[in-house]
Design a protein around this ligand. Structure first.
Ligand code: C2O
Ligand code: CU
Length: 474
């Protein structure tokens, strides 16, 4: 009897544990995984591409090889303490001994050359030019477009600053940790003389603007162009206390015929940028940045300190329509990017994990396109949390939200705030061959698998996740 009971108990345990073991095993991300071999190819209803044919490796997609640089910057990355003005020092990562790193500015059309020297960031690092449609070889994604630059190594990025606007750069190796701890900076293409930058960043719960904590002050011309940059993981409301404004650009692209706004806030998506034009009154104005103690005051003297306005500018209807460079109604492919969440294993760890179209990383859809395709995509979020969705290498056009069509200025974005229970229809032109990450810019979410990529026909990559350089883009 006891023996029979033991046999039954062991069998019952196996019945429970064997599938768990299988799910655990299935969830492990293999060492040396290629972006070309993830999950499954999704052709979006368009023609499937023949397997195995190869036009170009990502590393060959470097169209500006032999031109002299107009802007040359050398950035030395270190693991060290740095000062947060208004708050004290913290241990993290710096670029040329500061965090944020130096602001990079270029004129539209300039060839920008940035030499990254990793002196002492232990996990290696890269630089990604967030929002800039660079050639694939310059995109700075460890394990997809390059290897992580290890301590003692150097990597040079070269790209033409094609589109004027407000951008930022950050490491794309172990990004959920490296960005938070300091490896980021501002990039402005064709700055103006009336610019004021407000780059918001949270270091271990300390929200800063331009690296400083608390009320920061700057002088301003009578009419200011305020470049708001949200380098954090969550959305941020921003507003102007003491003046009206116009929203003149979103994610680097000018808004067509912006109209005056009074008493409303704008939402700056995580990773996103919003440029405001503010005509200063004779007194100072305060820029509210999410409602905490860190604000930016432009001008001299006392500044008002009112609460966050309850109303928000809705970019779906703001500004005036304009001609589009392609017709979304004649799309060649349509993809679904449905974000959910369910219990299971991720890389061997049990938890509640993100899903894309019901699949968990790395078993996720790869969105396959051919150069020249007009692509539409449904972004649908039922995961219970907001996700700032970021496609590399392209600007996407918002067509509708929850079935309401866009009626304002063309809303071009690279960082789109998709709330729980929201559905966006977007469109883009596949005009930049490469392998492009398409992920949530809440970087811990990306590290938990809310990441996939857009892959062009015939483009291959020799780089691998993990491997000798321990490439871990998120
Ligand atoms: Cu700003 Cu894939 O990142
Ligand atoms: Cu997310």
């Amino acid at each position: 009897m006891p023996r029979r009971r033991t046999v039954v108990a062991v069998a019952a345990t196996l019945v429970v544990l064997a599938p768990l073991g299988w799910f655990w095993q299935q969830s492990l991300v293999p060492d040396g995984l290629s972006a070309m071999d993830m999950g499954y190819a999704d052709y979006g209803g368009g023609p499937a591409m023949p397997a195995g044919h190869h036009h170009a490796g990502v590393g060959e997609l470097k169209p500006v090889a032999d031109r002299a640089a107009d802007v040359s910057v050398r950035l030395v990355a270190r693991s060290e303490r740095f000062e947060i003005p208004g708050r004290g020092s913290m241990a993290g990562y710096t670029l040329n001994h500061t965090s944020p790193g130096p602001q990079i500015t270029a004129k539209q059309g300039d060839l920008v050359e940035v030499t990254l020297v990793n002196e002492s960031v232990p996990d290696g690092m890269t630089l990604h030019w967030h929002g800039v449609d660079v050639p694939a070889a310059e995109d700075g994604v460890a394990g997809v477009t390059q290897d992580a630059v290890l301590p003692g190594q150097t990597f040079t990025y070269r790209f033409v600053a094609v589109d004027a606007g407000t951008y930022w750069y950050h490491s794309h190796q172990v990004s959920h940790e490296q960005v938070k701890k300091g490896l980021y900076g501002v990039l402005v293409i064709s700055p103006g003389t009336t610019d004021v930058v407000a780059a918001v960043h949270t270091y271990d719960k300390i929200r800063t603007v331009n690296g400083g904590y608390g009320e920061r002050r700057v002088a301003g011309a009578p009419t200011v162009r305020l470049r708001l940059i949200n380098t954090d993981n969550g959305p941020m409301a921003a507003w102007v206390d003491g003046a009206g404004y116009k929203v003149i650009a979103v994610d680097g692209t000018a808004v067509n015929a912006p109209t005056p706004v009074e008493g409303k806030a704008v939402l700056v998506t995580a990773g996103g940028r919003i440029d405001l034009e503010i005509t200063l009154p004779s007194k100072a104005v305060r820029i509210g940045l999410g409602g905490g103690p860190t604000t930016l005051v432009i001008g001299e003297g006392d500044a008002p300190a009112g609460p966050e306005p309850a109303d928000r500018v809705d970019l779906l209807s703001y500004g005036t329509p304009a001609a589009l460079p392609f017709d979304p109604a004649t799309a060649d492919r349509h993809f679904e990017y449905r974000i959910g969440r369910r219990p299971g294993f991720f890389d061997g760890k049990p938890g509640l994990w993100w899903t894309i179209n019901g699949h968990q990383f790395p078993d996720v859809p790869m969105f396959m396109v051919t150069e020249g395709d007009v692509v539409t995509m449904t972004l649908k979020n039922t995961s219970g949390q907001v996700h700032p969705m970021h496609l590399h290498g392209h600007h996407v056009l918002v067509l509708s939200r929850d079935g309401t069509r866009a009626t304002g200025s063309p809303w071009w974005t690279d960082s789109l705030n998709v709330e729980d229970d929201e559905t966006y229809e977007i469109a883009f032109l596949a005009d930049n061959p490469g392998i492009w990450m398409d992920h949530c810019h809440n970087l811990p979410h990306a590290a938990q698998g809310l990441v996939t990529h857009l892959m062009y026909e015939g483009v291959t990559t020799p780089f691998r996740l993990n491997g000798p350089n321990k490439n871990q883009p998120e």
